[in-house]
Design a protein around this ligand. Structure first.
Ligand SMILES: Nc1ncnc2c1ncn2[C@@H]1O[C@H](COP(=O)(O)OP(=O)(O)OP(=O)(O)O)[C@@H](O)[C@H]1O
Length: 237
């Protein structure tokens, strides 16, 4: 029985000869949206790369869906969206999805389901290069949804999107979590905090707080997460 989608003990990562994650202990449960929040450069992408098994220089224990991070068995069980475009821009939306679906041995039904999930039905036949930035990132997200992964790791998926689209995407993350997936979403925008079930607040490769948004605000005596973050940083100084 796997209790956690992700469980880390004393996770350390060295990049470019420098330790950038400093002994992190945390867990991400299934069925919840966990937000990884912190300023640019604090180590969010490094943590996510570790979880999906592509980060070198890692030490400590990191279990993902009951397996060591990077295990071959995890490949089809994790959906990962990076900040960099990860689809072919000279193919249409449908052609991209069909290509990746074939890699996973999935059929056309699954392609249509994922295009619909990110609300790109009207753009199915459009070449990705001609889409807007928000539509482009939703194609990557659709690819990550193929096969209904047990864990979604989304690195700043809402950057540059308009408020309506951000709202829609957060609603979709919650639907995926309600269906049982573990969802880990990073953001450097503190006003996204209240959309998460749980938060990991990060700074300089360590966690400043781990709890529900309400718990973190109450503990810091702050009205919003931005002020809670500042209060915690000042308290720790
Ligand atoms: N390829 C690399 N080689 C060496 N150091 C790196 C490399 N990539 C990132 N780093 C360093 O690792 C630290 C954490 O970077 P990381 O990209 O994980 O931060 P982040 O919180 O995801 O930032 P952002 O929100 O800007 O994406 C930073 O100090 C960064 O300079």
């Amino acid at each position: 029985m796997v209790n956690f989608a992700i469980e880390a003990r004393d996770l350390r990562v060295v990049r470019g000869g420098r330790e950038v994650l400093h002994g992190l202990d945390f867990s991400v449960p299934p069925g919840e949206v966990t937000g990884l929040l912190g300023p640019s450069g604090c180590g969010k992408s490094t943590l996510m790369r570790s979880v999906v098994g592509v980060q070198a220089g890692m030490a400590g224990s990191l279990q993902v869906l009951g397996e060591p991070a990077g295990a071959a068995a995890l490949r089809s069980r994790i959906g990962y969206v990076t900040q960099a475009p990860s689809v072919y821009d000279d193919l249409t939306v449908a052609e991209n999805l069909v290509f990746f679906a074939r890699v996973f041995g999935l059929g056309r039904d699954e392609v249509d389901r994922c295009i619909e999930a990110v609300d790109l039905r009207a753009q199915t036949g459009s070449v990705v290069r001609e889409l807007s930035g928000g539509q482009h990132s939703r194609v990557s997200l659709a690819v990550a949804l193929l096969g209904t992964p047990d864990l979604l790791v989304l690195d700043e998926p809402t950057v540059g999107l308009d408020p309506v689209l951000r709202e829609d995407l957060w609603a979709m993350f919650h639907r995926l979590a309600d269906a049982g997936a573990g969802v880990l979403v990073s953001s450097h925008v503190m006003d996204e905090a209240d959309r998460c079930d749980r938060l990991l607040l990060m700074r300089d490769g360590v966690f400043l707080a781990d709890g529900t948004p309400a718990e973190i605000k109450q503990k810091a005596g702050a009205e919003d997460i931005e002020h809670a973050f500042l209060a915690i940083v000042r308290g720790a100084a």
